[in-house]
Design a protein around this ligand. Structure first.
Ligand SMILES: *Cc1c(COP(=O)(O)O)cnc(C)c1O
Length: 485
């Protein structure tokens, strides 16, 4: 069979634009020149990039075809644990693209951008209300940068007291960014072993918390999808030794309008707007990791800050104790607008309901798959549930095989092999935006794959079979990446 444009049904093969181009093709007709020809100045002419000649249809098809190689929340269920890959309402995209928002210059005089500043100011207030904290900076561009901001605030706080603290406590279930952020600020991460039930035992903190330790970084709900019930007790132990409590709020999708983090004893926390508050993510696009603090730490927040003075919104730089600037201008403005729209559209009652549904959906999956897969911790979960690969051992198939076979069935695989404390972890986060029928279908597919494991384990070890590329040699792909096609 001659090779046509489609190599596997409608999965289209696609050459590079350079291979596709033909000299003389063009996507645009220039009008006849009516001015004298002028040579390009030498310093601009150079060896410039060698662009291929292409027609409009070449370009449109090229990029449209490439876009079909991708899987996203607009294509299907994306149950990637610890990532909250939920569906993002399109209205928020539309509003963020309004010219008055997307084209406003960040150096506009305050009087000309009161509405833009009002959005930022009110978003700060909403996030404070949702978390229970006192003050917010919208500057950080991602969760990890929010953590860095938090650790810089920890460092500034201890410097202001004239104290030198060198260690920080971090549970072994934490996201890898936690110890990295702490280390960047000069703190040595001390790993805390989580208990047999997957949560932190306050006695472990009691043993290790001392006056050389800046405090603790605690993710709640944690990355096993479990609520750290001893958080208040842990916070009291840390505070008793003069330390601070950092809350990693990346899992806020489970607890919006339900948990008051200040009452839990948290002093600084970040949120991931691109997880919980409606910004598409996963492709490396912009995010936002606002940082929320208690009143006593407000003076350390990044500058500039947006404040209200006599009914006007002003950009305030005069905070001598501030840790400074972490991002150009006001942060990733478009992401902040999406979060603002999402929060306004949902309202307090529906934000809470979203969290309740996210938790319900995860527990439904946990319950329905508990016999087919081995539950890592057999107790109710929050927004995600974690299974181990134990029940797959007898078929000699692995978590990876299950994940790859899910691709054949049209699902993005869940998070696998994380958190590290669960052998062969399979971490499923359905989010609130999946309906009962879609979740039932996902459950049925997982069960079908497990029965396939009993019949044809080899086929599973070769999966995926219905994709453009089959099972890749991941080591080779990482060591010798081929980036041109
Ligand atoms: C996603 C995540 C982070 C990091 O957030 P980024 O926006 O990817 O930098 C930190 N902690 C937890 C628990 C997360 O799930």
């Amino acid at each position: 069979m001659t090779q046509g444009p489609g190599t596997s049904g409608l999965i289209l093969e696609e050459p590079l634009l350079w291979e596709k181009g033909k000299p003389g093709r063009s996507a645009f007709s220039m009008p006849e020149r009516d001015v004298p020809e002028t040579p390009i100045p030498m310093d601009l002419a150079g060896d410039g990039p060698d662009f291929p000649d292409l027609s409009e249809v070449d370009v449109v098809r090229h990029y449209t075809r490439l876009s079909t190689w991708n899987f996203g929340v607009d294509t299907g269920m994306y149950p990637l644990g610890s990532c909250t890959m939920k569906y993002n309402p399109k209205i928020n995209e539309k509003i963020a693209s309004f010219p008055g928002l997307s084209s406003a210059h960040p150096l506009l005089e305050e009087s000309l951008c009161q509405g833009n500043l009002q959005i930022l100011f009110e978003l700060q207030q909403y996030l404070a209300a949702i978390t229970g904290m006192d003050a917010v900076s919208l500057q950080p561009a991602a969760g990890a940068q929010g953590e860095l901001t938090g650790m810089l605030i920890f460092a500034a706080y201890f410097r202001s007291l004239g104290e030198k603290r060198i260690k920080i406590l971090i549970p072994d279930t934490a996201h890898g960014t936690n110890p990295a952020s702490a280390a960047l600020c000069g703190f040595k991460p001390v790993s805390l072993k989580s208990g047999n039930d997957g949560t932190l035992d306050a006695t472990v903190v009691k043993e290790l918390m001392d006056e050389e330790t800046a405090g603790i970084m605690l993710t709640n709900p944690n990355t096993l999808g479990l609520f750290e019930e001893s958080i208040r007790e842990v916070a009291d132990l840390v505070h008793a030794k003069g330390g601070l409590v950092y809350g990693d709020g990346a899992n806020m999708n489970a607890v919006m309008g339900i948990v008051d983090f200040k009452r839990c004893g948290v002093d600084v926390m970040h949120l991931n707007l691109h997880k919980t508050f409606s910004t598409p993510h996963g492709g490396g696009g912009p995010g936002a990791g606002p940082v929320c603090v208690v009143e006593e730490l407000k003076r350390f927040l990044p500058v500039p800050r947006i404040v209200e003075q006599d009914g006007r919104f002003v950009v305030e730089h005069d905070y001598p104790d501030s840790i400074g600037r972490l991002h150009g201008f006001f942060g990733n403005y478009g992401v902040l607008v999406r979060a603002y729209c999402y929060i306004r559209a949902m309202g307090a009652a529906h934000l809470k309901k979203a969290s309740q549904l996210a938790v319900l959906n995860a527990n439904y999956i946990r319950q329905e798959l508990r016999e087919a897969l081995d539950l890592a911790y057999d107790k109710p979960c929050m927004h995600e549930c974690v299974f181990s690969d134990k029940s797959l051992h007898k078929y000699k198939v692995s978590t990876l095989d299950l994940a790859k076979r899910l691709i054949d069935h049209g699902y993005h695989p869940p998070t696998i092999y994380f958190p590290l404390v669960v052998p062969g972890a399979i971490m499923i986060e359905p989010t609130e935006t999946e309906c009962r029928e879609d979740i039932d279908q996902f459950i049925a597919v997982v069960k079908e794959i497990i029965s396939e494991a009993g019949q044809d384990a080899e086929m599973l070890r070769q999966a995926p079979a219905r994709t453009k590329l089959r099972r890749l040699d991941e080591t080779l792909a990482a060591r010798k990446p081929c980036l041109i096609g």
